[in-house]
Design a protein around this ligand. Structure first.
Ligand code: ZN
Ligand code: FE
Length: 255
């Protein structure tokens, strides 16, 4: 049994901590800062950091890698096509890695960055800055088409898959979702719930693929009301879903 918890970093990052209680070994995903992980290790004597999983090269995801590896000797996994500090294992699409005795499938999910990868193990998804709760990452390197296909691939995972993304952006994402689909009761209910959670300082993650399909506008580009909303703003066209996605992403960038 592996326990998953969040170590907050910077203003809105989460470093996911995976603990194997049988062996007292643990792993972290996207440690942008070493300090929260080192503090946790110090507070939990006997635990060994054995693995570091990286989704993409941005500093808020890799900033702590070198210090953590130097302190623990942990093995560093990251995308083959990006420059990742101290990487030991270079991963590409459809590779599989064993971490804490669990097999993770590696999916290439370009869009936010070109080499971005996600890690999937039966019902658990670590997707970095690709799929967010009620939103998606900005297109810093990839095209809307690439991101659309990456998100479609993640959306095809089992509905009960837990989505562990890296940022607490859920509330602002849901405000945008409500602007796109003012009549979507699932968005309204989730916005209400998440507003409460954030007022109480509660984390809104993980999400699930099922909930994302109901409330995330970027996974709902085939919905008539979403297409209509985009047409209303940008002029009616017969847009393909990837073009609806592109229009939504451009709108969100200025929202
Ligand atoms: Zn990023
Ligand atoms: Fe990030």
């Amino acid at each position: 049994m592996i326990q998953i918890s969040a170590l907050p970093a910077f203003t809105d990052n989460y470093i996911w901590l995976l603990q194997d209680h049988r062996t007292q070994r643990c792993a972290v995903v996207d440690p942008g800062d070493a300090a929260p992980v080192l503090a946790w290790l110090e507070a939990h004597p006997g635990w060994v950091l054995s693995d570091i999983l990286i989704t993409h090269h941005h500093h808020d995801h890799v900033g702590g890698v070198e210090r953590l590896k130097a302190a623990s000797g942990a093995k560093v996994y990251g995308p083959a096509s990006e420059s990742i500090p101290a990487r030991d294992v270079a991963l590409k699409d459809n590779d599989s890695v064993s971490v804490l005795g669990w097999d993770f499938a590696v999916y290439a999910v370009p869009g936010h960055t070109l080499g971005h990868i996600a890690y999937y193990h039966h019902g658990l998804l670590f997707c970095g800055d690709t799929l967010f709760a009620a939103g998606c990452g900005r297109l810093f390197e990839g095209t809307p088409e690439q991101m659309y296909h990456s998100l479609s691939r993640l959306a095809a995972l089992p509905e009960d898959t837990l989505v562990y993304c890296t940022h607490e952006y859920t509330l602002s994402n849901l405000k945008f979702a409500a602007a796109v689909e003012p009549g979507n009761p699932n968005v309204t209910a989730r916005l209400e719930k998440v507003t409460q959670q954030r007022q109480n300082g509660v984390m809104t993650l993980p999400s699930t693929i099922a909930l994302e399909k109901l409330t995330n506008p970027f996974l709902r580009t085939a919905e008539t009301l979403v297409t209509q909303k985009v047409d209303e703003r940008a002029g009616a066209q017969n847009r393909a879903p990837s073009e609806v996605f592109a229009a939504l992403r451009a709108w969100k960038d200025k929202f």
